[in-house]
Design a protein around this ligand. Structure first.
Ligand SMILES: [Zn+2]
Ligand SMILES: [Zn+2]
Length: 368
């Protein structure tokens, strides 16, 4: 008996192409082998049904000839240990995999893999370790001048016993039996669409062509173990709140000696009680008295480099800004430093002594 593709997808013979696509997605999700309760056989059947019903012309053939495909049909081919899921991974979600007979529609499958792998995975065998993120809070001055910090990061690290190659030390390295040392596996399948050949990376040796006679007893051949790494982070002078530093190759170690992922460190700089920052410039306020503003004065102003003198000219209004050149933040990109901007605020005295009051009354009489 031939297979009933309509039944496989749970639709009737009048279903529209859109309904077929929908049914395929639903079923493929349901049976996807990467899911805990997935079913590889059913997944294959669903794909096979969709390869026919999903394409109007093939669907017409199938509708017309129905059972005549028996014996030539896909069952034998798909049962011969062919792993659809593997093949899709090799091809990648949207790459379109051309074969001698037909073209598998990866655009449809792309959505499915997107869902399963959070949209970021493009191949089943990851080519490097996982990226990691960490947060680090530093002081205002540390951000301005730069600093070196030490972080202890728990992550997947290279196995120290086998140094990442997954082989038990002092055991022989032999040619992979699965691929005969080529690192590639070629699968040829006869389907009623024609011969079907696919090349894929050998899963046994990961494409290396060589395997160890005995797997590393510490990492069981993966080349990685769970551990900690002490990482020195050089924080550049001039970094700002909410900026991120990328440390290439400091993420999780890759399996089987593959490169590590990256480590992203998010920097937080809490506000300072006296200074604020805008780009490379630092702002501060300085209180002066009415007489200093009126007569002019020399005052001391705190900067990140210690106190400096600031000359207040006579007749200075409240809110006037003075620029202290090169007393700002170091520039993150480029050389030199920004400026410090000092805004003066004239304080109106509150509690006056008898003498002060008398003098101010005299000033008032003079029109001040
Ligand atoms: Zn190991
Ligand atoms: Zn191999």
């Amino acid at each position: 008996m031939s297979k009933d593709y309509y039944n496989t997808l749970g639709i009737n013979k009048e279903a529209s192409q859109e309904e077929i696509k929908k049914a395929f997605r639903k079923k493929a999700h349901e049976h996807h082998p990467d899911k805990g309760n997935g079913n590889a056989d059913k997944f294959k059947e669903v794909n096979e049904a969709y390869q026919v019903l999903g394409k109007p012309e093939k669907r017409r053939q199938y509708d017309q000839f129905g059972t005549t495909f028996e014996g030539m049909g896909g069952q034998a081919a798909y049962d011969a240990g062919f792993d659809w899921a593997d093949m899709f991974r090799q091809g990648g979600p949207s790459s379109g995999y051309r074969t001698s007979g037909f073209n598998i529609n990866f655009d449809d499958l792309g959505d499915i893999f997107g869902d399963f792998f959070g949209g970021s995975r493009t191949s089943g065998r990851s080519s490097r370790g996982v990226d990691m993120e960490a947060s680090l809070t530093i002081g205002f001055e540390e951000a301005v001048f730069g600093i070196e910090k030490v972080l202890d990061i728990s992550k997947q690290i290279v196995c120290d016993k086998c140094r990442g190659n997954g082989a038990e030390p002092n055991t022989k390295i032999i040619n992979c039996k699965t691929c005969g040392g080529s690192g590639q596996v070629t699968t040829t399948q006869q389907t009623f669409f024609g011969a079907f050949r696919s090349n894929s990376v050998c899963q046994n040796c990961g494409g290396e062509g060589k395997v160890s006679e005995k797997k590393c007893t510490q990492c069981h051949g993966s080349g990685v173990t769970q551990g900690q790494e002490r990482i020195k982070v050089k924080i550049p002078a001039g970094i700002s709140n909410n900026e991120t530093i990328k440390l290439s190759g400091k993420g999780e170690a890759g399996v089987s000696g593959l490169p590590a992922g990256d480590l992203y460190i998010h920097i937080t700089v809490p506000p300072h009680h006296q200074f604020s920052r805008e780009g490379d410039n630092i702002f501060t306020a300085k209180n002066i008295s009415f007489s200093q503003a009126a007569l002019g004065a020399k005052v001391r102003v705190k900067t990140l480099d210690g106190e400096v003198n600031l000359k207040i000219p006579s007749g200075t209004q409240s809110g006037r800004q003075f620029i202290l050149k090169n007393k700002g933040s170091h520039k993150l990109r480029g050389r030199g430093r920004g400026d410090m901007i000092v805004e003066v605020k004239i304080q109106v005295p509150g509690n006056l002594s008898q003498k002060q009051k008398k003098l101010l009354e005299e000033l008032a009489d003079e029109g001040l």
